[in-house]
Design a protein around this ligand. Sequence first.
Ligand code: KG4
Ligand code: ZN
Length: 369
Amino acid sequence: MIILGIETSFDETAVAIVEDGKKVLAEVTATSADMHIKTGGVIPEKAAREQVNSIIPVINECLKIASITRNDIDNIAVTYGPGLIGSLLVGVETAKTLSMVWDKPLIPVNHLQAHLYACFLDNSPEFPLVGLVVSGGHTDFVYMESPGKIKHIGGTRDDAAGEAFDKTARLLGLPYPGGPAISAAAESFLRKQESTVEQQALLTQTDPGSRSGMTLFPRPMIHSKNLDMSFSGLKTSVLNYVKSHPELVSGSRSRIGEQRPSSACRDDMGRIAAEIQEAIVDTIVAKVAFAMEKYKPKSFLLAGGVSANTRLRNKLQVLYSNYEKGEFYVPQVQYTTDNAVMIAAAAFYNPKIVSWKNVNANPNLGIEE
Ligand code: KG4
Ligand code: ZN
């Protein structure tokens, strides 16, 4: 079965053609990210205007790359929520028009659920499963008995994990989106630390494992016996830290301007980035451990933009290596952030066809719907 997937929930215009939920025949993405880097965030109306211009050329390009015509397509899948209303409308109205004109069945897809189906591209996770979507707007745990039976079992009470990365990065003067920027600064700091500690360990014969000790920022609710999380306190805590260490931010600003920051300043920035990353990662890992104990799923799926984070992937891999029941799945890095391949995959594994007349964009769609 060949599915044409369309994803326009945020700033990207992404289209993919996927066969049987696994084989990617083509994928094309037009992004207005450069425009948003300049403004430090996405301006919804500008994003939607770009998407109106891009959608048809992107679909045509995708058909060309896959070397197929519309006659070869079995179904059209489209994200109908959640997301920015103007952006969602571009994808949904295009998909409805194509469904009617080409006479193809239409499958509306929940963007949050689709993130989890990115894990099905290379693998076949068994049900029941527990999934965690960690993205820019959501941090949601779900329990799934089957593709159609999904229950929200916990998540953030305020900011999403990706939002915590984005907002704290902004406070540090790092570029948007904040997750990759914080992660890059943190990883280079940690690599340096590791080599220094390893060198010292060689000299003194001590254990290099007792290195981390990163506890500058809070990990609220980490011990609560539920899957609730809260990340807004982290932002406040980083803000207070930055206010009392103004030299940190003036250093990072000079990174964008003419002067290069000193290496001491880069180290400080790396250390704070690593502290922020560790606070977020520790919180998520503690909650995943709790979910595994409570639900004992056959599979655990981590997905969404924040699942690109190397530290998080590695720590969960270690956690799972000690867990006998079930398997841990995470998408290839390129399918962690928003993409249309996951939309086509979701439609293949959960094929709920709806007449184009009854498909409407829903910016506030919940993960269970
Ligand atoms: O899933 P996604 O592409 O879009 C939404 O549906 O929200 O997630 C975007 C989020 C952003 O907050 C971004 O900062 C975060 O994912 N992100 C990361 C990394 N790459 C992207 N966060 C931490 N580490 C990363 N390597
Ligand atoms: Zn997303």
